[in-house]
Design a protein around this ligand. Structure first.
Ligand code: ATP
Ligand code: MG
Length: 227
């Protein structure tokens, strides 16, 4: 079964501005996909729609066999929290929480029967994998931009998602730090098996994915490269 299958997605903003004009896209479990295209092409719009954050005007997003936008708001929020991770360019870390507290927040929200100590050690383990063991008790304003980005990645992986959506995750970083973030995403793809969708303007980042999809005039161009 495909992890994500979209059928004829349209997005029209007031104006009207017809941003997505019938997008059909499938993503397999564990696949790493880059989405590229000019500014204003609709990449972030598509990512929000795939991630259950913004309903299309027309069309369907089938996630894990379920029509995302026919689910109730609560069920869709649960799917987001349990099965999806998000790494956006603004990291949206909570300033009053430490790095570790930010990382484990999705697991605390999930509110299952796991003990807090178990959740905390899973969070510490993720921070270790991302080279941030020594930063666990720092607050976001005590961390560099690249460190904050890695905290956001750790948080995105906390609940063992089936897919991680990244909107220009390396946009604010120098190329060495950007490649390090990419190393991390690919390593976690290997170890956790999560699919990764990366919107990027960086050709070097796109070249490291399994498949590159270009957006143009509201449609997807056929994949440019398949590894
Ligand atoms: N909430 C909104 N209301 C109205 N128009 C919007 C809204 N969000 C995005 N747009 C418009 O839709 C188009 C696509 O925006 P989007 O953010 O998806 O582009 P993008 O491909 O991510 O661009 P960039 O590479 O600059 O991030 C743009 O022309 C933008 O101005
Ligand atoms: Mg964008």
């Amino acid at each position: 079964m495909m992890l994500i299958e979209t059928v004829n997605i349209h997005k029209i903003y007031p104006g009207p501005l017809h941003v997505l004009k019938g997008v059909d896209l499938t993503i397999e479990p564990g696949e790493v996909v880059a989405i590229i295209g000019p500014s204003g092409a609709g990449k972030s719009t598509l990512l929000h729609i795939l991630g259950g954050l913004d309903a299309p005007n027309e069309g369907q997003v089938i996630f894990n066999g379920q029509d995302l936008y026919s689910l109730s708001d609560i069920k869709r929020a649960q799917a987001r929290n349990c099965d999806m991770g998000f790494v956006f360019q603004a990291y949206h870390l909570l300033p009053e929480l430490t790095a570790l507290e930010n990382v484990i927040l999705p697991a605390m929200i999930k509110g299952n029967s796991r003990k807090t100590s178990t959740i905390e050690s899973a969070g510490v383990h993720l921070l270790e994998q991302l080279g941030l063991a020594a930063r666990a008790s720092h607050r976001p304003n005590q961390l560099s931009g690249g460190e904050q980005q890695r905290v956001a990645i750790a948080r995105a992986l906390m609940n063992g998602p089936k897919i991680v959506f990244c909107d220009e995750p390396t946009g604010n970083l120098d190329s060495v730090s950007g490649q390090a973030v990419m190393d991390t995403l690919l390593l976690l793809n290997k170890t956790h098996g999560a699919a990764v969708v990366i919107v990027t303007h960086d050709e070097k980042i796109a070249a490291r994915t399994h498949r590159v999809i270009a957006m143009k005039d509201g449609l997807l161009e056929p994949s440019l490269a398949v590894k």
